[in-house]
Design a protein around this ligand. Structure first.
Ligand code: CO
Length: 171
């Protein structure tokens, strides 16, 4: 009988000891989520908000892209490179981003008369534009992407817009 009672007491003590150690473990682990709840700094936002685009124009009166895609809210850095050899007066290239609703043919017609302003006519139809480039030259412009939508871009050098045009899409 004595042995049986002793065994029962040992069993009870063992159970209590196990419960205590289990409780301790749970309490310890419950502290961890609170430490993880601290706010983490995000350094990716600024990098994701900038986009770099290179557009090339050549001596065959062509852009190398007829579509450029950016996201609303992005800061756009666009570099136009004239990869040809011809002079600016003969094969000049620029990048002109037009406001939505602009009549491209009418704009290009006005641009011909704006020879003293690198073929950028008066008015606000051009959202942004680069300099007029000759072979081997490049120009970089930085601007905020306009509101979401589809815009036309052209080279406004006389006669070039028929071939040198594309869609600038803001998503
Ligand atoms: Co051109």
């Amino acid at each position: 009988m004595k042995h049986t009672i002793l065994l029962m007491i040992f069993a009870l003590l063992a159970t209590v000891a196990c419960n205590n150690s289990a409780d301790t473990t749970e309490e310890g682990s419950s502290d961890t989520p609170m430490e993880n709840a601290a706010p983490s700094p995000s350094g990716e936002a600024s990098a994701a908000n900038t986009v770099e685009i290179e557009l090339q124009g050549n001596d065959q009166m062509q852009f190398d892209k007829n579509e450029i895609r950016v996201k609303a809210g992005q800061k756009v850095t666009l570099t136009l490179k004239h990869t040809g050899k011809m002079a600016k007066a003969a094969m000049g290239h620029n990048f002109v981003l037009l406001k939505q609703g602009t009549d491209m043919a009418a704009f290009a017609q006005q641009a011909i008369a704006a020879v003293d302003n690198e073929y950028i006519p008066e008015g606000d139809a051009a959202i942004v534009h680069t300099k007029l480039l000759g072979g081997g030259e490049s120009d970089t412009i930085t601007f905020d992407a306009p509101a979401a939508g589809t815009y036309d871009y052209i080279c406004s050098f006389p006669g070039h817009y028929a071939l040198m045009k594309g869609k600038f899409i803001v998503e």
